[in-house]
Design a protein around this ligand. Structure first.
Ligand SMILES: NC(=O)c1ccc[n+]([C@@H]2O[C@H](COP(=O)([O-])OP(=O)(O)OC[C@H]3O[C@@H](n4cnc5c(N)ncnc54)[C@H](OP(=O)(O)O)[C@@H]3O)[C@@H](O)[C@H]2O)c1
Length: 286
């Protein structure tokens, strides 16, 4: 591993920052890509090379990836527009791409139903590079959206408290990514990644309170009210409606749990309680 060079796109994000640290600990030569590496240099481990790049400008990716052995890719946009050019630029330089996709992509579904994530997967398949797709379920970090309300009022006002989700710890995604980036035996794998158990949203709020040492209560809120809030905050009414409909379905039918994190990494997937302990400070008054 010591003589490998790996480019990490999204290196400043929830998942990417752990990939950078783990690879660096393993002695891999890491290039951490950001649109503005000067923004937060203190978070980058010593020895990691900061590179400037933008997924919207493929030529910057070509330069950042030149001579590397593999690249970690995420696609932080709402549509796949520009993905073919970005992926082609990467594939012209690296033989292997590990892509952070989503659990919603299904091989048996028509491509138009697999949305942006499926289209980026297709662009990678077309590129000729070896690939591994990490089809992640909902991230536990999504619960950070409740942090302001918990901090200021000790409450989560949201819909469908009994919806049960198998949210995944970002460190587990990073651990799987590191395996796939450093070992070609994962080429061609489509890993469906979840947390180790389905936890209701009301229990998630309770576990955050326990971890942070704060009283946190769940206040069940009418779906129409949450729909309006979500549509306003995302600017995407169709997305908000789809999300509400999906959460409603999870009351009767909890999200599935896969054993893939354990199978790939050799350690069990981290629980939501562990995630809440790791992020306790994010929910405490500042
Ligand atoms: N949240 C979920 O439940 C979920 C589930 C499945 C899949 N996903 C996927 O996970 C990804 C988000 O991962 P995350 O939470 O680790 O990221 P994040 O914390 O949201 O950070 C976004 C990252 O993308 C980088 N970025 C944004 N625009 C860029 C651009 N134009 N060019 C290059 N880099 C750019 C940012 O880097 P700089 O700002 O430093 O440039 C940052 O490192 C998304 O692609 C999402 O589709 C999310």
């Amino acid at each position: 591993m010591e003589n490998q060079t790996i480019l990490v796109i999204g290196a400043t994000g929830n998942v990417g920052r752990h990939i950078v640290t783990r690879l660096s600990d393993l002695g891999v030569s890491v290039r951490a890509l950001s649109r503005d590496p000067a923004r937060d240099p203190a978070r980058r481990p010593a020895g990691v090379t900061a590179v400037t790049g933008d997924l919207s400008h493929p030529e910057t990716l070509r330069e950042a990836a030149a001579g590397a052995d593999a690249a970690f890719l995420l696609w932080p946009f709402r549509t796949a527009e520009g993905a073919d050019a970005a992926v082609a630029a990467l594939a012209s330089q690296v033989p292997r791409i590990v892509y952070l996709s989503a659990i919603s992509v299904r091989d048996e579904a028509p491509p138009e139903q697999n949305g942006m994530w499926g289209q980026v997967e297709q662009a990678i398949e077309r590129s000729g590079a070896d690939w591994t797709f990490l089809r992640a379920g909902g991230f536990a970090t999504n619960a950070l959206g409740w942090a302001d309300e918990i901090r200021s009022q000790g409450v989560v006002r949201w819909a469908y408290g009994q919806a049960a989700r198998s949210l995944i710890h970002e460190r587990d995604i990073a651990d799987v990514a590191v395996r796939a980036l450093t070992d070609a035996k994962h080429s061609g794998a489509k890993y469906v990644l979840t947390g180790p158990e389905a936890v209701t949203q009301a229990d998630q709020a309770r576990l955050i309170g326990e971890a942070a040492g704060l009283p946190v209560r769940w206040e069940e809120t009418p779906a129409e009210e949450v729909l309006g809030q979500l549509a306003a905050s995302t600017g995407d009414e169709a997305f908000a409606a789809h999300a509400l409909h999906y959460w409603a379905s999870l009351v009767a039918r909890p999200e599935p749990v896969t054993p893939t994190v354990q199978e790939v990494t050799g350690h069990p997937a981290r629980t939501f309680a562990e995630w809440a302990r790791d992020h306790a400070d994010d929910f405490r008054p500042r």
